[in-house]
Design a protein around this ligand. Structure first.
Ligand code: COA
Length: 333
């Protein structure tokens, strides 16, 4: 079906879901040689929520239902489903198709997964927005859902504390009002830096064998220092790029929602952008890094707590494995 081409694409509803079970830094300190003080000081993380059997699609369905309710729409209104995840329920079919079936969304619409690691939500917004601008899709679900805890090596103290599970979802809708909603998006990638964050085994390059499991190659591997350096530089650059693109100044930003990877990265980026801490949304203490779900969880919470008002400029900025990066500027409707 073709609709009139929209003037804007807005976020009509947000929702999030995190599992109930909490793993504290003290819990982790019982397994590896670390402490709550070390983890908190280096990362800003105290706790993370961990799924007890719920898959990426199970969590996605919960955040999507919350987003639909906030948008005052039902599953039958949805014309496009994009799920971003590095932890799909299975290699295939896509998690988006599983979510479509669980939500009872009709079957003559596109549903697909998008993998851009922690930048997934920002990539997903750009893909959905571009498709919707064609006039073919009126309402889209962009859902980011991650079950990361099982891909962490519980005996690797340099990675096991960083990540947690959860899901965030956005309902994007076409609007006749010009100049509002998602007003700018910049994306990028550097495939020369794939080694700094990866899971070596389990794909077509190194299929799972008894040996790969024995060697722990199905677990996430990371060069923390290298990522830290790149993240600070890239997030600052991309934030400035999208502001430039839209002719908006950093001082006009009402709320910066950065990918929640490390409080020191977030604080350094905000400082370099001269955005004061009260205009930066941070929830890393409670959830750790939930990869692509981190920005939509934060955006959903920011909305619910009344931190976003009509006319506000909200800046999202993310980076992740790939490397991938992206920034989105929203003028709240
Ligand atoms: C992981 C991270 C918190 C580590 O902090 P850091 O200040 O870089 O720490 P380093 O890796 O330099 O390690 C410092 C020391 O602490 C030790 N250490 C590492 N993990 C530890 C832990 N959990 N507890 C106690 N000590 C630890 C190291 O062995 C090292 O000891 P050494 O100096 O004797 O070799 C930080 O690099 C980071 O957050 N990087 C970005 C990661 C990220 O964002 N990934 C996701 C991207 S989407």
């Amino acid at each position: 079906m073709e609709f009139a081409k929209p003037n804007s694409i807005i976020i009509k509803g947000m929702g999030y879901y995190v599992p109930e079970k909490v793993v504290t830094n003290d819990d982790i300190a019982q397994i590896v040689d670390t402490s709550d003080a070390w983890i908190y000081e280096r990362s800003g993380i105290r706790r993370r929520h961990v799924s007890e059997g719920e898959s990426a699609s199970d969590m996605a369905v919960k955040s999507a239902r919350a987003a639909l309710e906030e948008a005052n729409l039902s599953a039958s209104d949805i014309d496009l489903v994009i799920v971003t995840t590095v932890t799909p329920d299975m290699m295939f079919p896509s998690t988006a198709c599983l979510v479509q079936a669980k939500l009872g969304i009709r079957n003559n619409i596109p549903c697909f997964d998008l993998e851009a690691a922690c930048t997934g939500f920002v990539y997903g917004m750009e893909v959905a927005t571009s498709m919707m601008q064609s006039g073919k899709y009126k309402n889209a679900l962009v859902i980011s859902s991650e079950r990361l805890y099982p891909i962490l090596n519980p005996t690797d103290r340099s990675t096991c504390f960083l990540f947690g599970d959860g899901s965030g979802a956005a309902v994007l809708s076409c609007s006749d009002e010009p100049g509002v909603g998602i007003i700018g998006n910049v994306l990028g990638a550097d495939g020369a830096a794939t080694a700094v964050l990866k899971i070596p085994a389990g794909g077509s390059l190194m299929p799972t064998t008894e040996q790969t499991v024995k060697d722990g190659l199905h677990y996430l591997q990371m060069d923390g220092r290298e990522i830290f350096k790149n993240a600070v530089r890239i997030m600052q650059e991309k934030a400035l790029d999208v502001l430039d693109l839209c002719g908006v100044k950093a001082e006009d930003i009402s709320l910066l929602i950065p990918h929640q990877a490390n409080i020191r990265i977030i604080e350094t980026v905000a400082k370099r952008l001269k955005i004061p801490s009260q205009k930066v949304y941070v929830n890393i203490e409670e959830y750790g890094n939930t990869s692509s779900a981190s920005i939509p969880i934060a955006l959903s919470q920011a909305l619910k707590s009344g931190r976003i008002h009509s006319g506000d400029y909200v800046l999202l900025v993310a980076f992740g494995a790939g490397l991938t990066w992206g920034a989105t500027l929203i003028k709240w409707q």
